[in-house]
Ligand binder design. Sequence first.
Ligand SMILES: C[S@@+](CC[C@H](N)C(=O)[O-])C[C@H]1O[C@@H](n2cnc3c(N)ncnc32)[C@H](O)[C@@H]1O
Length: 265
Amino acid sequence: MKNNHVWFRSMASTEEELWKERLVEWSSDRLVFLQSNRSFFVHVYAISSAKAQSLKRKWGGTCREIKPYETSPEIELNLFGKFKVQSREISQPHPKILWVPAEMAFGTGDHPTTAMILRQMIREKGWQQAETLDIGCGSGILALMARKLGCRKVFGFDNDPACVRISKTNEERNFEAPAIRWKQGALGKIKIKKSYDYLLANLYSGLLQEYAHEFKGLLKPQGKMICSGILRIDLPPTIRAFKKAGLQVKQIQTKGKWSMVILQK
Ligand SMILES: C[S@@+](CC[C@H](N)C(=O)[O-])C[C@H]1O[C@@H](n2cnc3c(N)ncnc32)[C@H](O)[C@@H]1O
């Protein structure tokens, strides 16, 4: 039976714990809580059609098929049927597949913090005209996805030199020629002269708080920052730091114990 369905329904903002109890049989990587504008939703992802229908019978809501880009048992992360991120080798670069093998750098797409940003990137528009900065690039996965989505000016940096090396190799694995600028450097020390349409940052929330002012300075007037890596318990102080820095909180999404925040200037 294929686990290619999702069930979802709206819920009250205060009901997350209640829905966790109701849906306790589903692990946190399948159970997704999303806030979109003023509405809140609970989803159970990657389940069989029969399970999705039984959730609908029991709790109401909606089921739909997640269209796979290609049906394969080795898919690791299917991004709405539009892209997939996989650790399995591809013989040549593919426009809809990101091949990121597991190596000594964070970011194969299997972690909810990375997956949340990747899913949001698919929802965003205007990549062709955008300039993107990937802060703490790890395996390079977010910068590489920005390039896959059509972004022509991408800069990724990490304080770990191994991550920069691995990111470059991952770019070679996924594209015919290099185009992304990679650099080793630490947040707060590395010199960044430009401002960006998109800032992508999957970082420990202490760093997000500490550098909130710098992030604002790195954003173009209509630019967006998509950041995750925030434990839910760290969300209130992180939001306070963003607001204090003059950033507007546009959206908060939560998956299990992790939160992702979308900010604008
Ligand atoms: C959670 S990983 C995210 C990797 C990848 N962007 C992803 O979303 O999967 C955080 C990355 O930030 C890097 N990092 C941590 N502190 C940093 C700092 N002060 N400056 C730059 N990079 C940093 C780490 O080396 C690590 O690769």
